[in-house]
Design a protein around this ligand. Structure first.
Ligand code: TQI
Ligand code: ZN
Length: 170
């Protein structure tokens, strides 16, 4: 079953048209155009299940997405390859940070990646957007919000549990 953060924080009803921006992408070897496509697809999965909309903007975004290495000033330093891959804050903070040290797979088939530590970027994005919107972890193994993901695996489709969780919140 799905969970929420303590106090069930969510984006308020008058703020259903959410915006996002990329703030720190130079530390990763993925082009901004590829990042745009991946995050657009990841947000669309949640938009399809709700009345929320997500639009990329340049400034004053509700959600900010950036890649960082090690200590990046929020008290939750990244740890290099594997371990923590990314973290996102609960509503309405909007910060979404990804560990620049991961072997992110943004193009092509992650299941055939040469590195055993390859991580599918879109899969992690879909999970972290769930947190940004107010979902905690789920006990349902096929849910996007289940708290583990395998390397070299693509998991991007919302499960019935994710849909029930987000629809009960919004
Ligand atoms: N990052 C953790 C996560 O997103 C950070 C975290 C731990 C967290 N507890 C939390 C975030 C509670 C919000 C609320 O779960 S992670 C996965 C998963 C991570 C893990 O790097 O370990 C994914 C990032 F669920 F698959 F294990 C993405 Cl998909
Ligand atoms: Zn999580």
């Amino acid at each position: 079953l799905y969970t929420y953060f303590t106090g069930n924080p969510r984006w308020p009803p008058f703020q259903s048209q959410l915006t996002y921006a990329f703030t720190s992408t130079s530390t990763v070897s993925i082009s901004v155009s590829t990042l745009r496509e991946i995050f657009s697809r990841a947000f669309a999965r949640w938009a399809d299940a709700t009345t929320l909309t997500f639009t990329e903007v340049e400034n004053d975004a509700d959600i900010t997405i950036g890649f960082f290495s090690g200590d990046h000033g929020d008290g939750e330093p990244f740890d290099g390859v594997l371990g923590t891959l990314a973290h996102a804050f609960s509503p309405t903070d909007g910060r979404f940070h990804l560990d620049a040290a991961e072997q992110w797979v943004a193009d092509g088939d992650v299941t055939t990646a040469s590195s055993d530590a390859a991580i599918d970027l879109e899969s992690v994005a879909v999970h972290e957007i769930g947190h940004l919107l107010g979902l905690g972890h789920s006990s349902v193994e096929n849910a996007i919000m289940f708290p583990t993901i395998r390397t070299k695996t693509k998991k991007v489709d919302l499960a019935a549990d994710d849909v029930a969780g987000i629809q009960n919140l919004y």
